[in-house]
Design a protein around this ligand. Structure first.
Ligand code: UT7
Length: 321
C-alpha cells in the first residue's frame, strides 16, 4: 500500500534542539610554531585562532552521531520520529558513499530519508533551509541537520597558510513544526559566485585543501548585504537580533561582518578563537555553544550566515530552541 503524505503542519518550521561535539585534543599555536615558519602572534592577529580541536580515531560519522544524539535529547525527539537526516560535510573519507545513511542507521532513525549535502562551509545553512522546507511542505515532520568535519584529513600540515586555520568537530539541529509564526526559521538568503571556483579546492591531483586566502577574504567581508537580506526575509531589523552566528572562517571576517551590520549590542559568535574553522560544522557548533553558555534564551532571534568553497553562501534568521 502506498503511504499517504502527511498533511502540511499549520505553522512553519522551527529549531527544536541543538547539540555539538568537539574532539578532546586541543592544539595550540605553539605546535605550529614548533614545526612551521609561523608564530602565535601571526596566527592570533591574522586569523584569530588560539586553539583548535583535532579528532583522533573518531570519524565524520562518529562525531555526527554524537552531536545529533545530543540535539535529539535536547529536542525531546526520539530517533524513530525523524523523517529525514541531512549530513553537511566536505571532508568525508570517500566520494561515495556519503555518510548520512550510516548516521541515520546508527541513531536508530530507521524510517528516515538520508542525504549528504556538500555545500562546503555553507552546507549546514543550506541543509537547514531544506529541512525547514521539508517540514513546511509536510514531506517530513522532524528533520535532523548535522554539520560534521574532519578538516585535519585534508589540510596540508606542512602549509603554514592553511594548516593553523582549521579544526574538527560536529554540530546538529533538530527541525520540526512551528505552531507560532514567531518561532519560525526564516527563509534563506542564498547565492553563489561560481566565476572562480578554484580559489578553494581539493582536487584528485592534489588531495589537500588549497585556498587563495586573500581573494576569499575580500569576497567574504562583502557578504553583509546577504546578512541584511536574510533579516529582511524574516521580517526583522538587524538591530532586533539578539545574536549573530557567522561561519567561523577568520576572526577578522567575523568582526568585519558584525561591524558592517552595525549591531554593537548583539552577541557575536567568536568560536574560531577556541575551535578554529570547522567548515560546515562551525555554525551549528557556535550556535549550540551560545545556548549552552546562556548567551541566548528560548525564542531569541539569531542570524546565521555561512559561506565558502564554490563559492556559495546561505543565511537565515532562526529562533533559539
Ligand atoms: O572557510 C572557508 C572560507 N575561508 C575563508 O573565508 C578564509 C579567508 N581568508 C583568510 O582568512 C585569510 O586570507 C588567511 C588567514 C588565509 C590569510 O591571511 P592574510 O592576512 O590574507 O595573509 P596573506 O595570505 O595575504 O599573507 C600575508 C603574509 C605572506 O607573506 P608575504 O608574501 O607578505 O611575505 C604570507 O606568506 O603572511 C605570510 N603568512 C604567514 N606568516 C606567518 C601566511 N601564513 C602565515 C603564517 N605565519 N601562518
Amino acid at each position: 500500500m502506498v503511504a499517504l503524505l502527511q498533511p502540511a503542519p499549520p505553522g512553519g518550521a522551527r529549531l527544536l534542539g541543538l547539540g555539538s561535539y568537539l574532539p578532546a585534543r586541543s592544539v595550540g599555536n605553539d605546535e605550529f610554531a614548533a614545526r612551521l615558519d609561523t608564530d602565535d602572534g601571526w596566527i592570533r592577529t591574522r586569523v584569530g585562532v588560539s586553539t583548535r580541536r583535532y579528532a583522533g580515531s573518531e570519524s565524520v560519522a562518529d562525531m555526527a552521531v554524537d552531536a545529533a544524539g545530543k540535539a535529539l535529547a535536547a529536542a525531546g525527539v526520539v530517533a524513530t520520529g525523524v523523517d529525514l537526516v541531512l549530513l553537511a560535510s566536505c571532508t568525508l573519507p570517500s566520494a561515495v558513499p556519503g555518510r548520512a545513511g550510516e548516521v541515520a542507521t546508527r541513531l536508530g532513525a530507521h524510517a528516515a530519508g538520508a542525504l549528504d549535502v556538500n555545500g562546503a562551509c555553507a552546507g549546514f545553512c543550506y541543509g537547514l533551509a531544506i529541512a525547514a522546507d521539508a517540514v513546511r511542505s509536510g514531506s517530513a515532520r522532524q528533520v535532523l541537520v548535522v554539520g560534521s568535519e574532519r578538516l585535519t584529513d585534508w589540510v596540508d600540515h606542512g602549509d603554514r597558510a592553511t594548516a593553523p586555520i582549521f579544526g574538527d568537530g560536529a554540530g546538529a539541529a533538530v527541525v520540526g513544526p512551528a505552531t507560532h509564526a514567531s518561532t519560525e526559521i526564516g527563509p534563506p538568503a542564498w547565492g553563489h559566485d561560481g566565476s572562480n571556483p578554484s580559489i578553494i579546492e581539493i582536487t584528485r591531483a592534489d588531495p589537500h585543501l588549497r585556498m587563495a586566502g586573500p581573494a576569499v577574504y575580500r569576497w567574504a567581508i562583502g557578504l553583509a548585504p546577504v546578512a541584511r537580506r536574510a533579516c529582511a526575509l524574516a521580517g526583522i531589523e538587524p538591530a532586533d537580533l539578539v545574536a549573530f552566528v557567522p561561519h567561523q572562517a577568520n576572526l577578522r571576517i567575523v568582526d568585519a561582518l558584525a561591524a558592517a551590520l552595525q549591531v554593537p549590542h548583539v552577541a557575536v559568535a567568536r568560536d574560531i578563537v577556541e575551535c578554529g574553522n570547522t567548515s560546515a560544522a562551525s555554525v551549528p557548533i557556535a550556535l549550540s555553544r551560545l545556548v549552552e553558555r546562556g548567551q541566548v534564551r528560548r525564542g531569541d532571534p539569531v542570524l546565521l550566515l555561512a559561506f565558502g568553497a564554490g563559492l556559495t553562501y546561505a543565511g537565515q534568521v532562526v529562533r533559539t530552541p
